[in-house]
Design a protein around this ligand. Structure first.
Ligand SMILES: Cc1cc2nc3c(=O)[nH]c(=O)nc-3n(C[C@H](O)[C@H](O)[C@H](O)COP(=O)(O)OP(=O)(O)OC[C@H]3O[C@@H](n4cnc5c(N)ncnc54)[C@H](O)[C@@H]3O)c2cc1C
Length: 447
């Protein structure tokens, strides 16, 4: 397989058998193309770290009722969101019997090692060729156009009409293609995760679930991350829970705090430890995730090449924290763009620009654009993730305090204390005004 005219030349080579690459492989193989899916690890998913919820709107279209055969852990029927200070917590929860019915709100906890392997086998069933233990080191070019990849080991050089890069957040190949630069701290967050084993009945009692039901507990920054923009989550699996923190790398570095210590403090937080007590840590993982939002996405295509998933920094790190469905949707769009180019028998950037059109029409670009101001807001308003959380949670505790003081006086006192505490926390002369203004700006950054 050493030249572009070889009979072993492929229609498309895809680098990386994560959700993005496998989706592209599945769609192209179903359309009858000769597809090669390359994965550096010994089994798809064995090296992939994520928090817990696989979002499956795209998957359920491509493999209807996939949950009947895929190795999923639990479907998410409830979400509980916490704002925490060292002593107090304010929480809001959503629980739904609708989410307890197929397609289960398209949210399932999974083990990536099990899921990615199963998903890649679906692409193989459709006709894609999966080559494991194959690290792609570089791109091949013919007349300036990407025309294949260079792999480590005996396969050497592999040629194709088009290449899809789906090699994850740290895509060195996208850099080699000249489409993006190496990440800077502002563009990524650091995720840390422990899988903690607990007996099934303990999980079900503790989280108020039964059968295959699952829940997600989200801790929004504040004391969960010691004031650093990010968050912490707990996800229920069948016989374990996943405990995760993600911390924006830039403020983490500036804080000079150790990520591992922050993780331990999160584990020991009074509102976290009760969920995991008595559990046994069976796995510890850490990984980067894209966090720059829309403004940090690169150019996604060039002659003979398109980029999908985390490699293109397609991840919605807002309240929703969705990466897997963005990966699958962009993988599908990449595949459709290649089919379009094939129809024209033109694999130039001009024809592959159709990829961008498809992305613009899908939730991928719409959501990325919608939250584009959020990261900038978080960067410029760190008080939201420290002092403000303390003051808000204290006000909520004061509001519900049971005293002999009449409620009206208690409410006025609460407002006075809220203002005073805000003033102390922010050292501002007009703390309430500043708080309301920032809340308004924060709200607008979500629009
Ligand atoms: C801590 C953490 C928590 C997260 N939580 C969630 C969550 O709960 N829900 C959610 O939807 N998203 C979550 N995400 C994001 C989600 O994991 C990613 O968005 C998603 O996995 C991206 O899929 P992908 O296919 O683009 O890349 P990946 O899943 O990273 O797959 C890339 C694949 O390419 C392979 N590869 C890399 N380089 C090469 C090479 N040179 N040659 C061959 N193979 C290569 C890798 O081995 C890997 O299998 C989380 C991420 C982190 C870090």
């Amino acid at each position: 397989m050493d030249n572009e005219n070889s009979e072993n030349k492929f229609d498309t080579i895809i680098v990386g058998a994560g959700p993005a690459g496998t989706t592209a492989a599945l769609v192209l193989a179903k359309a009858g193309l000769n597809v090669l899916l390359l994965e550096r690890s010994s089994s798809p998913g064995s090296k992939n770290v994520f928090g817990g919820i696989l979002y499956t709107t795209v998957l359920n279209r491509l493999v209807p009722n996939f949950w009947e055969e895929a190795p999923v852990e639990r479907h998410i029927k409830g979400i509980k969101i916490y704002l925490v200070s060292p002593q107090n917590a304010v929480s809001i929860g959503v629980e739904s019997e609708e989410h307890n019915q197929p397609p289960y709100n398209n949210s399932f906890t999974v083990s990536r090692a099990a899921f990615d392997k199963w998903y890649a086998s679906k692409a193989e069933e459709a006709g894609a060729m999966l080559l494991l233990n194959t690290q792609v080191d570089d791109l091949l070019r013919v007349n300036g156009k990407v025309a294949g990849v260079k792999v480590r080991g005996e396969e050497g050089e592999l040629y194709a009409d088009t290449v899809i890069l789906a090699d994850g957040v740290n895509s060195i190949l996208a850099e080699k293609a000249g489409l993006r630069k190496s990440y800077v701290p502002r563009q990524v967050s650091l995720g840390m995760k422990e899988i903690i084993e607990l007996p099934r009945n303990v999980i079900e009692d503790r989280f108020g679930i039964s059968g295959d039901e699952g829940v997600e507990i989200k801790y929004m920054a504040g004391d969960a991350t010691k004031g650093i923009w990010g968050g912490g989550n707990i996800y229920t699996n069948q016989e374990s829970v996943s405990l995760v923190t993600w911390l924006a790398l830039d403020p983490l570095i500036k804080s000079k705090r150790k990520s591992t210590e922050l993780f331990e403090q999160f584990k020991a937080h009074p509102f976290v430890k009760n969920y995991i007590k008595g559990g046994k840590t069976v796995e510890y993982q850490a990984h980067l995730a894209p966090d720059g939002g829309y403004d940090d996405t690169p150019r996604y295509f060039t002659d003979g090449l398109v980029i999908a998933g985390d490699a293109a920094r397609f991840l919605n790190a807002s309240l929703h924290y969705e990466g897997t469905n963005f990966a699958m949707a962009s993988g599908e769009a990449a595949a459709k763009a290649i089919l379009h180019a094939r129809g024209l028998n033109d694999y130039s950037a001009k024809s592959l620009a159709y990829y961008q059109k498809l992305l613009e029409k899908s939730f991928v670009m719409k959501d990325l654009k919608r939250y584009r101001k959020m990261n900038h807001f978080a960067e410029k308003n760190p008080e939201f993730f420290g002092p403000y959380f303390d003051v808000i949670t204290q006000a909520a505790v004061d509001y519900f305090a049971v005293k002999e003081t009449p409620k009206r006086s208690q409410e006025w006192q609460m407002i006075k204390d809220f203002r005073k505490n805000l003033g102390k926390a922010t050292k501002s002369r007009f703390p309430l005004l500043g708080f309301c203004w920032r809340c308004l700006k924060g709200g607008l950054s979500f629009l």
